[in-house]
Design a protein around this ligand. Structure first.
Ligand SMILES: C[S@@+](CC[C@H](N)C(=O)[O-])C[C@H]1O[C@@H](n2cnc3c(N)ncnc32)[C@H](O)[C@@H]1O
Length: 220
């Protein structure tokens, strides 16, 4: 598995989120309840057999099986994550399943070297990444024209369901470094993917968003 060296600032950021280090082994159990949304999210990507899909902030690889169903043996799943502990769990999953078409990269999405002409990019439960202009620019610039992106996760519930927000906070606090933008987590992605279609789910405490990259930034 190719792995890059992490900068000290990234290590510091990770240390602030023990859910990605000492608790990585229990991440799957804690987040199992969201499997249905995970499937809905992956279904928003018009993946064809043989495609290359980037799983941005892939964590323990909970989306890999759903992506494998769609890309087939001839496709490729590229999982990028900056947490070595989350990636260790992902690597075990890949080995157990015998998937030889998954590439795991330990790096910050902001400065990872990505394959040009990627067909699709998936952002599942990666609020911090969606708030990072550098990360979004790097990903969107590597998706081919006509390729697709999909993003989904938690958000603050709207005013009519505001009572949900104590639960929303408790649920997401272990996994979110900064709640800035949590009312519209997809906003910066929408700036880069015109026409991004957004649907709120879970009484407004979650969202699913998808769209097509019109012109690859590399082709401009
Ligand atoms: C809540 S987990 C989601 C994991 C996976 N996508 C899922 O659906 O279960 C968020 C992941 O994003 C990773 N992450 C956060 N910021 C990142 C960044 N800037 N670059 C790479 N990975 C990042 C964390 O290490 C963590 O594994």
């Amino acid at each position: 598995m190719p792995r890059s060296v992490l900068s000290p600032s990234v290590h510091d950021a990770l240390a602030a989120l023990p859910a990605y280090s000492r608790d990585a082994a229990v991440y799957d159990v804690r987040t199992r309840a969201f499997e249905t949304y995970r499937r809905h999210l992956v279904d928003l990507l018009p993946i064809e057999p043989g495609d290359v899909v980037l799983d941005v902030g892939c964590g323990t690889g909970l989306c890999f099986a759903l992506l494998q169903e769609r890309v087939g043996r001839g496709g490729t799943v590229v999982g990028v994550d900056l947490s070595p502990d989350m990636l260790d769990v992902a690597a075990k999953r890949v080995a157990e399943q015998g998937w030889d078409n998954v590439v795991l990269i330990e790096a910050a999405v902001e400065d990872v070297d990505l394959p040009d002409g990627t067909d699709h990019a998936l952002f599942c439960a990666v609020h911090d990444v969606l708030q990072s202009s550098e990360a979004l620019d790097n990903v969107v610039e590597h998706v081919r024209a006509g390729g697709s992106v999909a993003a989904g996760g938690g958000k603050w519930a709207p005013v009519w369901a505001v009572a949900l927000n104590a639960g929303v906070l408790a649920l997401h606090a272990p996994y979110v470094r900064d709640f800035t933008g949590f009312e519209r987590p997809w906003a910066h992605l929408a700036d880069r993917v015109p026409g991004l279609d957004v649907r709120e789910v879970a009484m407004g405490a979650g969202y699913l968003a998808a769209g097509r990259v019109q012109v690859s930034r590399r082709e401009r």
